[in-house]
Design a protein around this ligand. Structure first.
Ligand code: ZN
Length: 269
């Protein structure tokens, strides 16, 4: 082999080594960037087994329009918000079932039955509020003061006695944080959908249609997104407080010492 050929071979080998080195450096850099981009691994309880099912209930529907004020009709806005809550929850890896996904009338008992049949882990109902006083505004969340006898009978354990109250607190907190609306707090009242549901159930009154500023905000897509993302966060915050368990075993009714049937409000709000 001439010295000229061996020199060329040496150059070729060196070039190949440099190329291999450059590829390695690039690969390492890429890997480092990838590792940096990977968020902290968080295994949520519901990712270990099947995801809990959340029933999202849009208040009213069909011939029952609910409240009408501020150019809004409750049955339409509650459905718009419910669909957004569903989407956020699904993005978070949860399963969702709606009690209605169109403008149809669904009996209150049927809404609870849908949740029971689906073995829902959580029931969230969405409504809009009105007041004779135009200055009243803000969000409030209801939970059953006492679950109905039928709802109490399907309960399986003794943990989390006040689960519905905890859920309501979580929904209320995150809905207000997300929307920056006035926080009117949580309230115990035996509205049918939360009373007849065996599992943690909350009813969010998402704002007052009779308050000019609030009803204007409720029409805005960005406000709806903040509000509904807050409600979804309220659901996941609550789930994080619950030990990993199968859907349907979360709830313990409130005040189980009273074995008498409870009096349910004749209508949901
Ligand atoms: Zn309503």
């Amino acid at each position: 082999m001439s010295s000229r050929v061996s020199k060329l071979a040496f150059i070729a080998r060196s070039a190949a080594s440099y190329a291999a080195f450059a590829v390695s450096v690039t690969a390492l850099g890429w890997l480092a960037l990838r590792l940096e981009a990977v968020p902290t691994v968080q295994i949520r309880p519901w990712e270990l087994e099947s995801a809990p099912l959340i029933v999202v209930d849009a208040g009213h529907g069909g011939h029952d329009g609910g409240a009408v004020a501020g150019g809004l009709i409750e049955k339409s806005l509650s459905l718009t918000l419910a669909r957004q809550v569903r989407d956020h929850l699904q993005d978070l890896g949860l399963r969702v079932k709606m009690t209605r996904d169109s403008d149809v009338f669904v009996e209150l008992e049927e809404r609870s039955k849908i949740a029971a049949d689906a073995k829902a882990a959580i029931f969230v109902s969405l409504h809009l509020n009105t007041s004779d006083t135009p200055s009243v505004n803000g969000i409030e969340t209801y939970y059953a003061e006492q679950k109905s006898l039928a709802a109490r009978r399907v309960v399986k354990g003794t943990r989390g006695r006040d689960a519905s109250e905890m859920l309501a607190r979580s929904l209320q907190k995150q809905a207000c944080l997300g929307s920056k609306a006035e926080d009117r707090g949580i309230k115990a009242k035996n509205y049918a959908v939360v009373t007849h549901t065996s599992w943690p159930a909350g009813l969010v009154e998402c704002g007052f249609l009779t308050h000019a500023e609030e009803s204007a905000k409720l029409k805005r897509a960005d406000y709806q997104a903040s509000l509904t993302r807050g409600i979804a966060t309220g659901v996941t915050d609550f789930l994080k407080t619950q030990p990993a368990q199968t859907a349907g075993s979360l709830e313990i009714p409130l005040r189980i010492e009273n074995e008498e049937e409870v009096k349910v409000e004749s209508k949901d709000p």
